[in-house]
Design a binder for this molecule. Sequence first.
Ligand code: SF4
Ligand code: ZN
Ligand code: ZN
Length: 306
Amino acid sequence: MRCRKCGQKAVINMRQHRLALCDEHYLEWLPEQTERFIKKYEMFTRYERLLLAVSGGKDSLALWDVLWRLGYNVDGLYINLGIDGSLDYSNQSQRFAQQFADERNLKLINLNVHEQYGESIPEIAQRTRRGQDKTCSICGLVKRHIFNQSARDGNYDAVITAHNLDDEAAVLLSNSLDWSLERLGRGQPLLPAGGGFVRKAKPFCRFYERESAAYTLLRGIPYIHEECPYSTGSKQLFFKQDLNRWEEHMPGTKLRFYLNYLTALDEGAFPQRQESPAELDQQRCPICGQPTITGNTCAFCRLFEK
Ligand code: SF4
Ligand code: ZN
Ligand code: ZN
């Protein structure tokens, strides 16, 4: 297989684009495409301050590297969830995130859930006696809360996450099977700011996981290879494996699924949130002050009610 641009040996073949590239051209192509998506979805500009959710894994470090190379103003936020097990998972991934930031002289904000709130994610899950998927839903809730709070406290213009196409397609499949119209109305690559929620953007949402992994490897970026122990057997992993099987037989399935969904979303196929930002602004949690749909204590604060 030869690179379409220079004829050298290709390192990656993207069947859905019928495009094979050598390492040099791939390392140009991925940032160019990222820039294209940032502009297409009007995510953010070089004049804005961005806060990137950094996990120490391949996707978030690849995205940080790309945005840094493109000249965006991005700080990282690492949340230590207190997930240890035999791998010492959280501390190890924090070391990779810190090493990346130090090597490029970038700012990484570190926040430890146990130190900040008195309990780690596994401890909260154990106290509330919830199963594995519930551990992930608690974890997601805590991370969303902390990112929004940190972005507001630090006056950032947008929160960036490194969700890739495999993540987005798996969530879309799950929400479609549930016919969760409320969630299906919130799958855009860009969620505008409003009612106390900071703008959220996903510049990698159109890249396959293997594409961001290839970028990280070719750039020689060290990252945590192990997956979080709670991801094994999760619903999301199950959907990802199924989508991979379909992709194998029908290249481009995931991309078509996601892009056609975005078109349907644009055409108003799913209800969007109705409250105006001013209305939502009145609905603040009395404990933490963050926005909440009900106006009562938010789901995050309820987690810590004993
Ligand atoms: Fe959190 Fe679950 Fe992801 Fe682990 S797999 S980091 S517990 S959401
Ligand atoms: Zn080439
Ligand atoms: Zn609250």
